[in-house]
Design a protein around this ligand. Structure first.
Ligand SMILES: [Zn+2]
Length: 216
């Protein structure tokens, strides 16, 4: 099996698929966002530096991000991993390739979870959440609450996430796709990119993911 870099727009089901990889094949799920948060919480020298950068309102620089990732890969010692939330830039992608060269394992595949904007919008705009943690979708039969607006679990009233409206969605979605463009191109040129249609059942998507990460 190959290591995986998962690239996906919002609502593409990245979390579900990473969980399946972890559960079914023992992959280590590396979320760049979580990695940053854990490092800050652990107050390591790098974590303190990151906290300072974030407090000052700046973006965490590429080299620090790469260092963190390199440490993590050394820590998991050759276990298969599924990376998400990274790379954000071509520079990060190039530097990551250098790191993998140093670590002696460059065998990975980039999976792009492809979702049409209308479907993504329904998934996000139809989403209702409960304070108990359960979530619903009014556009999907199997995810609707039994009683409109009420949680099946605990009977509380369901709410929309504040940023789930059409305007902010379209803007956010476009920004994300624009950012992915050059990164997809970079990996396509290296022959690493596989595109997976995620407007299908979870099982079918996962099947294609497994096909994509098997060694030839
Ligand atoms: Zn509830």
């Amino acid at each position: 099996m190959r290591n995986v870099i998962l690239i996906a727009p919002p609502a593409a089901g990245k979390g579900t698929q990473s969980e399946l990889l972890k559960k079914e094949y023992g992959y280590e799920h590396i979320s760049m966002g979580d990695l940053l948060r854990q490092e800050i919480a652990a107050k390591t020298p790098v974590g303190l530096k990151i906290a300072g950068i974030i407090e000052s309102g700046a973006l965490v620089d590429d080299d620090l991000t790469i260092t963190l990732l390199k440490n993590k890969l050394q820590e998991i010692k050759g276990k298969h991993y599924c990376l998400d939330g990274f790379p954000r830039t071509i520079y990060q992608a190039q530097e990551f390739d250098k790191v993998l060269g140093e670590l002696g394992n460059e065998d990975y595949v980039v999976l792009y979870l492809d979702l049409n904007e209308d479907v993504a919008y329904k998934r996000i705009a139809g989403r209702l959440i409960c304070s108990c943690g359960k979530s619903y979708n009014i556009f999907e039969e199997n995810l609707k609450p039994k009683v409109a607006g009420i949680c099946d679990n605990c009977g509380k009233e369901l709410v929309k996430r504040s940023d789930d409206n059409a305007e902010s969605f379209k803007t956010r979605y476009q920004v994300v796709l624009d950012n992915f463009g050059p990164i997809k191109e970079y990996y396509a040129q290296k022959g690493k990119l596989k595109i997976i249609d995620v407007d299908r059942d979870v099982d079918l998507i996962f099947h294609d993911i497994i096909e994509g990460i098997k060694n030839d």
